[in-house]
Design a protein around this ligand. Structure first.
Ligand SMILES: CC(C)(COP(=O)(O)OP(=O)(O)OC[C@H]1O[C@@H](n2cnc3c(N)ncnc32)[C@H](O)[C@@H]1OP(=O)(O)O)[C@@H](O)C(=O)NCCC(=O)NCCS
Length: 170
């Protein structure tokens, strides 16, 4: 494990290709991925992890695997991608947890750890968090992190869904 951050309950680790087998049961689950265009195929999960590894190399940050510190269970994915959002180059903070790990505060704890790392390393000064307007759970996480709703846009890459753009300046 290449741990980049420890929080009271979690460990965040850089991905390697070995994580495809851990992440795929989560990213292929229909309910977990209901706000994404579709559940991921195995190839898409592998591409997600490869993209993250490239992001570490290019920018020093990326998405991370999340583990429970006490049991070392793998519970999901959190972190940043440098990506285009609504026509702008942004630092996009995202979180995906396996269903058994919802409603414990883990997503907020993991995402806050990423924000802290971004501040300490001065990676960037603007973070966006995007979610479909009807995605209450994700919107609440963004709110708990202190992000503010900046605008809404139609996300053509995600079924033309009206999407909230939350922003956190750090
Ligand atoms: C979005 C997602 C990560 C949110 O997870 P979450 O568990 O609701 O978010 P948090 O980590 O902030 O947890 C908050 C909940 O934990 C509860 N909680 C329990 N123990 C807690 C603790 N010790 N500390 C903080 N909160 C705690 C809170 O009361 C809150 O409860 P509620 O959900 O009933 O309101 C999760 O729904 C998910 O993975 N969904 C699928 C993937 C996805 O759609 N990702 C976002 C794409 S835009």
């Amino acid at each position: 494990m290449h741990v980049v951050r420890e929080t009271p309950r979690l460990l965040l680790s850089r991905y390697t290709l070995k994580y495809v087998a851990l992440l795929h049961p989560i990213t292929s689950d229909k309910e977990t991925m209901s706000y994404y265009p579709a559940p991921f195929s195995l190839e898409q999960t592998a591409a997600w992890i490869e993209r993250s590894i490239k992001c570490y190399e290019e920018f020093g940050f990326g998405r991370y695997g999340v583990f429970l510190k006490d049991t070392l269970e793998f519970i999901g994915c959190v972190g940043f991608f440098r990506t285009e959002v609504n026509g702008e180059e942004e630092n996009d903070l995202g979180y995906i947890l396996g269903k058994p790990y919802w409603h414990h505060g883990y997503a907020t704890e993991a995402a806050q750890a990423c924000i802290d790392m971004a501040k300490e390393n001065a990676w960037f000064s603007r973070i966006v968090i995007q979610m479909a307007v009807e995605h209450t759970a994700s919107r609440q996480v963004a709110g708990r992190l202190g992000a503010k709703l900046e605008s809404q846009f139609i996300k053509h890459r995600n079924r033309g869904k009206l999407t909230n753009l939350f922003v956190l300046d750090i």
